[in-house]
Design a protein around this ligand. Sequence first.
Ligand code: ZN
Length: 58
Amino acid sequence: MRVTTRTCVYCEGNGYVQLLLGGTERCYMCGGTGQTEEEEEERDAAAVERVNFGRCCS
Ligand SMILES: [Zn+2]
């Protein structure tokens, strides 16, 4: 299974998020690395599902 590393969308690669009350907090999505790992196979399966859905009943 291929795993790709992507920029964390939650903190936009900063590794931390701005708190409403001030200050910053380490991003819980990526654990402060600014990047998340994504399993490519899962994403492809979802894409195929969408394509099949589009073909049906249109
Ligand atoms: Zn993050």
